[in-house]
Design a protein around this ligand. Structure first.
Ligand code: UDP
Ligand code: MG
Length: 216
């Protein structure tokens, strides 16, 4: 009998829209509150990256008038669950097209958080260069999120949602990091100290992976 192919159910599109020799995609992962957004802002300033946060794109889509996905996204975010990948991958692909400022360097923050998203994105949008992973203990992340919740206005920065987000992170997102680790594509940075101290380490590790600071 012919072997069954797991790819039969894959989407019909099988070549990426963007090519890694022209477009650099770096995935930025870490638990909720690990400091992904904070470090991304520094990298944007110094390296000429375009920053795309999957969570921000989902929140914008949720609030977009007439969006057919708004209610669904709202529910998933409050429960700390991963929105079906079709929506997130499409939002990211659109953003890469719209927001490229000609430099072709993208930080994709908070994505991929589930294996199916990782596979679909790399097959149909663009293969990644590596994953920048911020490693932070849960108690530190909880404290940061509770603090952020005082001003963030986010529906998921409360104790109950935070617990659910951690569960999703451990059960669903860490396996993605482990899969990239097997490909030797994870750059792990401890994320407990101050933002500036952490960034020193980030810069060092970016250099090791061939990323130089952009000229000011
Ligand atoms: N989310 C998702 N898919 C993604 C990224 C985010 O469904 O690829 C949802 C998920 O519910 C997550 C929420 O958006 O808990 C907030 O994500 P964000 O990255 O903004 O949170 P952070 O980890 O930065 O606190
Ligand atoms: Mg964030």
């Amino acid at each position: 009998m012919a072997p069954t192919s797991p790819r039969l159910s894959a989407p019909s599109k099988s070549t990426p829209t963007f090519f890694p020799d022209k477009t650099s995609v770096v995935f930025v992962l870490g638990g909720p509150g690990a400091g992904k957004g904070t470090q991304c802002a520094k990298l944007v300033r110094d390296y000429g990256f375009t920053h795309l946060s999957a969570g921000d794109l989902l929140r914008a889509e949720q609030d977009r008038e007439g969006s057919e996905f708004g209610d669904m996204i709202k529910e998933y975010i409050k429960d700390g669950k991963i929105v079906p990948m079709e929506v997130t991958v499409q939002l990211l692909e659109n953003a890469i097209m719209d927001k490229d400022e000609g430099r072709g360097r993208f930080l994709i923050d908070g994505f991929p958080r589930k294996m199916d998203q990782a596979v679909r994105f790399e097959e149909t949008v663009c293969p990644s260069k590596f994953v920048l992973f911020f490693d932070c203990p849960e108690d530190v992340m909880t404290e940061r999120l509770i603090n952020r919740g005082k001003t963030s206005g986010r529906s998921d920065d409360n104790a109950e949602s935070i617990k659910k987000r951690f569960k999703t992170f451990v059960e669903t997102s860490m396996p993605v990091v482990e899969a990239f680790e097997k490909q030797d594509k994870v750059v792990k940075v401890k994320a407990v100290k101050s933002p500036d101290e952490i960034y020193e380490e980030v810069k060092k590790r970016m250099g090791e992976r061939g990323f130089e600071m952009a000229k000011q």
